[in-house]
Structure formats: C-alpha cells, structure tokens
Design a protein around this ligand. Structure first.
Ligand code: KIV
Length: 266
C-alpha cells in the first residue's frame, strides 16, 4: 500500500536524490487517476482560471473556488499531498488575509499545504502562515498573478543581476520557513544553483532538469488544446482528439438512430 506523502516525504526525497513528481487537478476523477499513478503532489492550481473556467489568466480565481476544487480533489485522493493555491488578492493585501485564507484552504478545502506566488514583499506573509502551522511552497520566478506587471510570459532570472536577485529571494524564502520552492520559467543553471544551495526541495516548471522535482499543468500533459503552449510543456497524450471523436460519434449515432439499442433499453 502506498503511504501518504507529507512534507517530510518531500524533504527525504531531496536528501535521497529521488525526484518529486507533481501535476495539477481540479476534480475528483482526475485526482483519483493521478493518485493511482503514484504522483507525490497534486496541485489545485489557480491555473483552473484558464483550464477549467476559460478565463485568459488566473486573476479572477477566488479562494472559495480553490476550496471547492480542493474538496473535489480530496475526495479522489488517498496518497498524494494536496497543495492548494492562494489565488490573486487572497494574501497580497495583508498578512492577516494570508493566514485567514491559507487557513480556509486547509480547513475547508482539505489541502495539506498551500502555494503562494511571492516576491521580496511577501517574506512576512510566508513566515506568518508557517507560524500558523501551515506548510508553504513559495512560488518564485515567473509568477502568473503578476502577468500585467511582468508584461507577458517571460523567463525570469536571466542575466547576472536578475539571477542573483532570484537566488537571494530563494534564500529568504527558506529562512522565512517555506517548506519548498516552486521555480517557474527560470534558466536551468539558476535553478541548479538554487537547488544545490537550499535544504528545502525545489520543484520546477520550465526550470530545467536540475530541480528536485517537476510539475506541469495536467491539461497540457493530456493534450487539451490551448492557445498558448509554452516550450517547457511535453504532451503525453492527445486527449482532445479522443474526447472530440467520442462526442461526434455520440451525436452521429443519435441522429442515425443507432443509439440507443435494445441492450441499452429497459
Ligand atoms: O496554478 C498552477 O497550476 C501553477 C502551475 C503553473 C505550477 O501554479
């Protein structure tokens, strides 16, 4: 039987040089399949703003929505660590907001840890949530909630000064008590420097092969079409074709009266 993944499991994996595996889920059936695959972390990411709700970005996502999707994922999951995302404006205004909303994601959503997109301004937010007894994964590098500030999907930590800033931020997050780091769209060498320097595990997305673990958005991995497919995505299936073919067959069989047959009738 697979044992439950905890923050200690992730730390042990880093020490033992075993890679950490992570993907996103927003619903119970996907969470169940992911859990059965032996995945370590299921992220209920605010990427659901794009992948589930059809927005252009993650900014409209609310804490209530993250909680709802965490609850669904929790019902499908027995083994993986559930990481609930702190959506835009659930923590930026104050440390109190950060503690209260992180607490809700754990208490009402059933997540085991939270992820927060952070910069230097959020050291206190991270340490306060940690002091409340909630493990925090600090998301640095490209932080999609700052899309309007960054001005698009851009690699972060490029060039010596920017790399050093990112490395300093990583150290600050470890000192603030973060249980791990998520590095998004960071040059592979910078991720390596951070991963080698820190005690806490790093999980990368578009951050090269040297991080302690890897995460992608499940919709991208399964091959749901999206308008934007970053270079770091690898498709492991073409689920859109499978679903589309099934829908077309259903519609066509009803029209041609080949479904339902006697075997489907009472
Ligand atoms: O919200 C999300 O799914 C994320 C991933 C891009 C890591 O933050």
């Amino acid at each position: 039987m697979m044992s439950k993944v905890t923050i200690s499991t992730l730390h042990a994996k880093k020490q033992n040089k075993e890679k950490i595996t992570a993907l996103t889920a927003y619903d119970a059936p996907t969470a169940r399949l992911l859990d059965e695959s032996g995945i370590d972390i299921i992220l209920v990411g605010d990427s659901l703003g794009n992948t589930f709700a059809g927005h252009d970005n993650s900014l409209p996502v609310t804490t209530d929505q993250i909680i709802y999707h965490c609850q669904a994922v929790r019902r499908g999951c027995n083994h993986a660590l559930i990481l609930g995302d702190m959506p835009f404006m659930s923590y930026q205004v104050s440390v109190e907001d950060a503690i209260r909303n992180a607490g809700r994601i754990i208490k009402e959503g059933g997540a085991h840890a939270i992820k927060m997109e952070v910069g230097v301004a959020h050291v206190d937010h991270v340490s306060s949530v940690v002091n409340a007894g909630i493990p925090v994964i600090a998301h640095i590098g490209f932080t999609p909630q700052a899309i309007h500030q960054i001005g698009g999907f851009k690699v972060q930590g490029k060039g010596e000064a920017a790399a050093q800033e990112l490395i300093n931020l990583a150290h600050q997050m470890e000192l603030a008590g973060a249980a791990g780091l998520l590095l998004e769209m960071v040059p592979a060498q910078v991720s390596k420097t951070i991963t080698d320097a820190l005690r806490i595990p790093t999980i990368g997305i578009g951050a090269g092969p040297h991080t302690d673990g890897q995460i992608l958005v499940t919709n991208d991995v399964l091959g749901y079409k999206s308008e934007f497919s970053p270079k770091f995505v690898k498709r492991y299936a073409s689920i859109e074709t499978v679903i589309s073919d099934a829908f077309k067959s259903y519609v066509s069989e009803i029209k041609s009266q080949t479904f339902p047959k006697d075997e489907h009738s009472y």
